[in-house]
Design a binder for this molecule. Structure first.
Ligand SMILES: [Zn+2]
Ligand SMILES: [Zn+2]
Length: 317
């Protein structure tokens, strides 16, 4: 049994730059909340016909023409390519392609959703930094945490933009979107809906963690209904399901973890962690080996007692 220890004087995993003990650590637990995504008050009462969130009657008269993956995330992904796939469709786009710009959010909603773009950028940066650290680069931070709901919401936003921009053969003309999908920016659907992480990688690639290669957005459907999306950064896929029975889309307890508590990346005894905090949820840890897929999970049993009074970085309320 490995215990993750994050001293209170280390940099806070929220990315604030402050000390953990003076920032998000309260009574031995992480306190973090999903970002608020409502546009500033007062509401406008305006419904922009093209805005994906116009059901809230709180639009700006002007539409935004941003890239469907925000600039902050693009900067991290860098790789230059993004692949959009469905069961019977696949197309690769250059990340700077203007075809990836969508006019599907009004300016007001586009800027209201920008905090989740910033969190997604930080999330992918954490993967890239951890991967670099495990490959021998210097790393200042060992522990990162996120409100898992923010990442769910970034995934649904990305899916909505791909769907409305008709970047694949799954479009508003061919498939419907459950009404609650658009409401996920304000409330959480709860189990069994939300993020699933693969605990087993592809055969021959089991346990290996990659960040290079194209970013892939894969849309999942059941009949004529859009039910979820898988977004992969290099070889690391995460799936968001928001409708139907997840088992029908290849999600099972054997192969996936629902809303895991910690994503723990290791090589030898070098351990880095991304914690995913969800309200009232205690998920499991996933261990991801960098390189050798048969590497044993590091153990610090002897150190455990000495660290017993230190905070468990991955508890959340
Ligand atoms: Zn913090
Ligand atoms: Zn709007």
């Amino acid at each position: 049994m490995y215990t993750l220890v994050c001293p209170p004087d280390s940099p806070c995993g929220c990315g604030s730059g402050r000390e953990f003990g003076k920032c998000c650590l309260k009574d031995g637990n992480i306190r973090t909340k999903p970002k608020l995504l409502d546009p500033p008050k007062p509401t406008t009462g305006h419904t922009h016909p093209k805005c994906a969130l116009n059901w809230t009657n709180d639009c700006d008269p002007k539409i935004s023409g941003d890239h469907f993956v925000s600039k902050s995330v693009l900067k991290v992904l860098g790789g230059g390519r993004i692949k959009i796939t469905t069961r019977d469709f696949s197309r690769e786009h250059s990340l700077d392609s203007s075809s990836l710009k969508t006019k599907k959010l009004c300016r007001r909603h586009n800027s209201a959703l920008s905090p989740i773009d910033a969190e997604a950028a930080r999330f992918f940066s954490a993967f890239v930094s951890i991967h670099g650290a495990l490959e021998g680069l210097n790393a200042s931070q060992k522990f990162y945490f996120f409100s898992g709901i923010d990442i769910d919401r970034w995934m649904i936003k990305t899916l909505l933009m791909v769907y409305y921009a008709k970047l694949s053969n799954i479009t508003p003309d061919t498939h419907n979107l459950p009404v609650h999908a658009k409401k996920m920016f304000t409330w959480d659907l709860g189990s069994p809906y939300g993020i699933y992480f693969r605990t087993k990688m592809d055969s021959g690639d089991e346990g290996r963690f990659r960040v290079e290669g194209a970013t892939t957005v894969q849309i999942h459907t059941a009949g004529k209904t859009v039910v979820g999306v898988t977004i992969s950064l290099g070889g690391f896929p995460m799936t968001l399901i928001f409708h139907g029975n997840p088992r029908k889309f290849g999600i099972s307890k054997e192969s996936h973890a629902y809303r895991p508590k910690n994503l723990v990346f290791f090589k030898g005894d070098d351990v880095y962690c991304i914690a995913m905090a969800y309200p009232k949820w205690k998920g499991e840890d996933i261990w991801i080996s960098n390189g050798d897929s048969n590497a044993p999970i590091p153990s610090n049993e002897s150190a455990e007692q000495a660290d017993a009074d230190k905070p468990d970085p991955a508890s959340s309320d």
